[in-house]
Design a protein around this ligand. Structure first.
Ligand code: BTN
Length: 258
């Protein structure tokens, strides 16, 4: 049995003050990112979420697609951060997701730089942050979260070898409202902390599985290789090349090299 993620089931246990207080719920949509963008453009309240059972054209980072079958969580959150907070949103989202998986399921959830969530080396969640900026003003930012909850990745050949789900890891289904309400609370806490200028970087860094490893980074065909040495305060990866020079990497797909 899977759980109901209608607005009523979310709102009855939600403890946040603004994140998730307005819910745009759909059974099937092309992408919650597109719906959230439209709602943000129409002036939706900060914290409004778009939630769907299933996406038919889910989007991933770097132009990839994101498979979003029923049983998962497809969620986009509309925020109106200041410009200084913007680089922190990746940390807010990935740290919140890692924390809420641990709290609700008791599973260790690592962060693969910059914002994939892995359980035992397999991807359980992908995060996408998009924004619209005019000068120094952020019109809106949207955090998109796709979480494999009650589904079996083995049923989907495209992701079978690299993905996992919470139900696969636990051997039982998980309450999606519990995960969603926990996730929204953690996001609100960390988002407010980032607004106050409080450091969230340290805990995010401590959950990164990538540091200390030899990696290849592919950013739209541009390849860098080296040792993932550290991250800076904005979340950029500091990569030590074999000639000892340091590259500051802001985006890309990481492959761990043996
Ligand atoms: C990635 O790992 O490449 C990021 C995947 C992000 C997927 C989520 S699901 C909810 C939201 N809607 C989308 O179309 N994408 C994001």
């Amino acid at each position: 049995m899977d759980s109901d993620i209608s607005p009523t089931s979310i709102l009855q246990d939600l403890t946040t003050t603004f994140i998730g207080r307005h819910i745009l719920y759909h059974h099937t949509v092309p992408s919650t990112m597109e719906m959230a963008k439209e709602a943000a453009g129409r002036g939706a309240h900060e914290g409004t979420i778009v939630l769907a059972e299933e996406q038919t054209a889910g989007r991933g980072r770097l132009g990839r697609s994101w498979l979003s079958p029923q049983g998962g969580i497809s969620l986009s959150i509309i925020l109106r951060p200041n410009i200084k907070q913007l680089p922190q949103l990746i940390m807010v989202a990935s740290l919140a997701t890692s924390r809420s998986i641990e709290k609700t399921c008791g599973l260790k959830a690592d962060i693969k730089w910059p914002n994939d969530i892995l359980i035992r080396g397999r991807k359980v969640c992908g995060i996408l942050v998009e924004s619209a900026i005019r000068g120094q003003t952020v019109d809106w930012a949207i955090i998109g979260i796709g979480l494999n909850v009650n589904l079996n990745p083995a049923d989907f050949p495209d992701i079978a070898a690299i993905a996992t789900s919470l139900s696969t890891e636990l051997g039982r289904n998980v309450s999606r409202p519990d995960i969603i309400t926990s996730l929204l609370s953690e996001i609100e806490l960390l988002y407010l902390a980032s607004h106050q200028g409080e450091p969230i970087h340290k805990e995010w860094r401590s959950r990164l599985e990538t540091l200390g490893k030899k990696v290849r980074i592919d950013y739209r065909g541009l390849i860098e290789e080296g040792q993932a040495e550290d991250v800076d305060d904005d979340g950029s990866l500091l990569l030590r090349r074999s000639d000892n020079s340091l590259a500051v990497i802001t985006a890309g797909e990481v492959t761990i090299l043996k």
